[in-house]
Design a protein around this ligand. Structure first.
Ligand SMILES: *[C@@H]1O[C@H](CO)[C@@H](O)[C@H](O)[C@H]1NC(C)=O
Ligand SMILES: *[C@@H]1O[C@H](CO)[C@@H](O)[C@H](O)[C@H]1NC(C)=O
Ligand SMILES: *[C@@H]1O[C@H](CO)[C@@H](O)[C@H](O)[C@H]1NC(C)=O
Ligand SMILES: *[C@@H]1O[C@H](CO)[C@@H](O)[C@H](O)[C@H]1NC(C)=O
Ligand SMILES: *[C@@H]1O[C@H](CO)[C@@H](O)[C@H](O)[C@H]1NC(C)=O
Ligand SMILES: *[C@@H]1O[C@H](CO)[C@@H](O)[C@H](O)[C@H]1NC(C)=O
Ligand SMILES: *[C@@H]1O[C@H](CO)[C@@H](O)[C@H](O)[C@H]1NC(C)=O
Ligand SMILES: *[C@@H]1O[C@H](CO)[C@@H](O)[C@H](O)[C@H]1NC(C)=O
Length: 391
């Protein structure tokens, strides 16, 4: 019985000193615990396949969703080993429309809770994990990662197989995510994805397979660690991804309004640049374009990007190949290159930068300066190279 493990139900809402004022009121956590000396890990549940079930068969991993899946509390009961490594509490988030229907409202909401629960001065919570549908996990996770203000682990996980599958990956992912969130070795690394026995950086990870459990990869940057006997082993000491920024979103007062709209367009032979104008006419405050090769764009797309830039609308160019990057021009220009930030992630980073009031030069610096500094050297060299500095 799960209920016999429930020990405490108390983090008084007023007891958490917080640097900013947050929207919402329900900050109390009810801890599920069988040992109150264990680290506390909070579960932010937005749903997804990890909490799904098929009512067809134990081999169904394609048409599930109609069945009734476990609640987070039932999953804890099913994977009771988690209570040997952590005390757990659950916060459920509304995520209407499922993974593919979500917008910035969700990551703004999750990050408010995560900052409040984990980053308050007197917080005694070791880390957080987030359940999320895998289709857009990398987007919500990235939004939280760039707005989360402390060194504790924030770990996204999920599943590719429903809980009813003959060998559900969600249960293993769940255990490993909790073990990683409870471990001090997971601190000071930025947000992490724990999936299929591996740990990767949220900043660099993407879903690489539509169907199989080995889907989240940072193809170029690699795995930060792996799990052995359920415990995380990190290949390197703590380090943050190069150029990972932090954005304070505490001035977003209405979560439903969301952040500025950014549209992603896909460059290809015969690309129609009028789509870029159409996006802006439809309310986009910025664009991301996937350019073939090292983020090459067609002459008509480049002309549109320049024109839109002159109207205050930034276009971020991302390399279309699966790995690699576009390289910024030596002389800063109106097309802005994303460095190693992927298209899904560049959309969110631009959204956050616009919300923070960045102007076009600051947006260019945000995306380009890590690579610009690496390639063209320190500011003093840049001065010699093109007459000014852009860091
Ligand atoms: C509770 O957890 C602590 C810390 O890990 C451990 O030292 C202790 O042995 C545990 N107690 C029980 C009864 O398992
Ligand atoms: C599965 O559940 C859905 C409703 O949730 C129902 O429409 C469907 O007929 C069920 N299928 C089977 C095989 O029971
Ligand atoms: C999982 O938990 C549910 C609800 O607590 C229970 O009905 C079910 O039998 C459990 N399944 C397994 C495989 O432990
Ligand atoms: C944010 O999450 C809380 C906790 O689940 C929920 O009560 C609230 O309705 C959510 N707000 C929005 C705008 O989705
Ligand atoms: C926390 O926020 C401050 C500014 O408000 C920022 O300088 C700092 O880098 C942030 N820390 C983390 C770990 O994001
Ligand atoms: C947030 O904005 C939406 C639509 O813009 C509005 O319907 C809602 O009432 C606002 N919520 C609050 C709490 O002001
Ligand atoms: C985002 O989704 C929420 C539902 O979670 C909806 O209320 C809101 O209007 C959407 N916001 C935007 C900007 O589309
Ligand atoms: C948030 O604050 C920044 C300054 O830190 C400001 O430029 C921006 O306009 C604010 N955004 C909103 C939505 O209030």
């Amino acid at each position: 019985m799960l209920s016999q493990f429930i020990l405490t139900a108390a983090l008084a809402a007023g007891a958490l000193a917080s640097p900013v004022e947050y929207i919402g009121s329900d900050w109390d956590l009810e801890w599920i615990s069988k040992n109150d000396s264990l680290p506390k890990v909070v579960i932010y549940s937005t749903g997804g396949t990890i909490l799904s079930a098929s009512n067809y068969s134990s081999l169904d991993n394609v048409k599930y969703g109609s069945g009734v899946g476990p609640t987070p509390q039932e999953l804890i009961a099913n994977v009771s080993e988690v209570l040997d490594v952590a005390q757990l509490a659950v916060v459920k988030f509304p995520a209407p429309g499922g993974s593919a229907g979500i917008n910035s409202t969700l990551y703004l909401n999750v990050t408010q809770y995560a900052n409040r629960h984990l980053c308050s001065e007197d917080s005694d919570i070791a880390g957080a994990i987030m359940f999320h549908g895998t289709n857009t996990l990398e987007e919500t996770a990235f939004g939280v990662d760039l707005t989360f203000n402390c060194s504790k682990p924030f770990i996204a996980t999920g599943a590719m197989r429903p809980d009813t599958y003959v060998s559900p990956d969600g249960r293993s992912n769940f255990y490993q995510a909790v073990a990683a969130a409870a471990s001090p070795s997971s601190r000071d690394r930025g947000g992490l994805i724990v999936f299929n026995d591996r740990i990767t950086s949220i900043f660099y990870s993407t879903k690489t397979n539509a169907n199989t459990p080995d889907t989240f990869k940072a193809l170029e940057q690699g795995n930060l660690g792996a799990f052995l006997a359920g415990q995380p082993f990190y290949f390197f000491g703590p380090a943050y991804p190069t150029g990972r920024p932090y954005f304070d979103v505490s001035n977003v007062t209405n979560l439903t309004d969301g952040l500025p709209a950014i549209i992603i367009v896909y460059g290809h032979q015969g690309f129609d640049a009028s789509l870029m104008y159409a996006a802006v006419a439809n309310g986009a405050k910025g664009l991301v374009i996937l350019g073939p090769g090292a983020a090459a764009v067609s002459p008509s797309a480049l002309a549109a990007a320049k024109d839109l830039y002159s109207q205050g609308i930034p276009t971020i160019a991302v390399a279309r190949p699966v790995t690699g990057t576009g390289v910024p021009d030596p002389t800063p220009a109106s097309l802005i290159y994303s460095s190693y930030v992927g298209a899904d992630q560049a959309r969110i980073m631009l959204q956050l930068a616009l919300n923070a009031g960045y102007d076009l030069d600051e947006i260019r610096d945000l995306f380009e300066s890590p690579l610009r500094n690496a390639i063209f050297g320190p500011a003093v060299n840049q001065l010699a190279y093109y007459g000014t500095t852009y860091i």
